[in-house]
Design a protein around this ligand. Sequence first.
Ligand SMILES: Nc1ncnc2c1ncn2[C@@H]1O[C@H](COP(=O)(O)OP(=O)(O)O)[C@@H](O)[C@H]1O
Ligand SMILES: [Mg+2]
Length: 158
Amino acid sequence: MIPAPGADGVVRELPTVADTESFGEAVGRELVAGDVVLLAGPLGAGKTALVRGLARGLGVTGAVASPTFVIAREHPSAGDGPALVHVDAYRLGGPDGSVDVAAELDDLDLDTELARAVVAVEWGVGVAERLSGSAVTIALERRDDDTRVATLRRTARP
Ligand SMILES: Nc1ncnc2c1ncn2[C@@H]1O[C@H](COP(=O)(O)OP(=O)(O)O)[C@@H](O)[C@H]1O
Ligand SMILES: [Mg+2]
């Protein structure tokens, strides 16, 4: 389901939150340790719902909730697969953008985690690309009828 680097994005209609979770689950089954998933879309677009699906597909433990107040939450693997580190970059950078987001991301030591985990970053597009030479990006759009549309890509290595 995840396209090759640089290939056209996969566009998927997501009428309900259950559809978003199943889509995330299918993507999650294809992820391996070292994969970085960057989620884009406005507040309420379904980024956290999609990460709930990723967690299901990866088979990790613990309930997925918005990590907005803790910045990052780790879900250990229930078996041999990778763990999931769920990051919310919304608050990184400080209230007035005075803090260096890149330095804050470095402080989380996500590059170390990536040896054995998948890292999913809400609000990560344009911010967390530096974690990996190649990232899976999922952009969520909310339509006027309240359905969602996802566009899934794998960015090419520079
Ligand atoms: N098709 C859909 N996909 C995802 N969420 C949906 C959908 N339809 C309605 N929702 C609702 O929208 C909200 C999305 O919230 P959340 O996943 O926390 O968004 P975000 O993390 O992007 O701010 C939830 O309350 C969810 O039930
Ligand atoms: Mg969220």
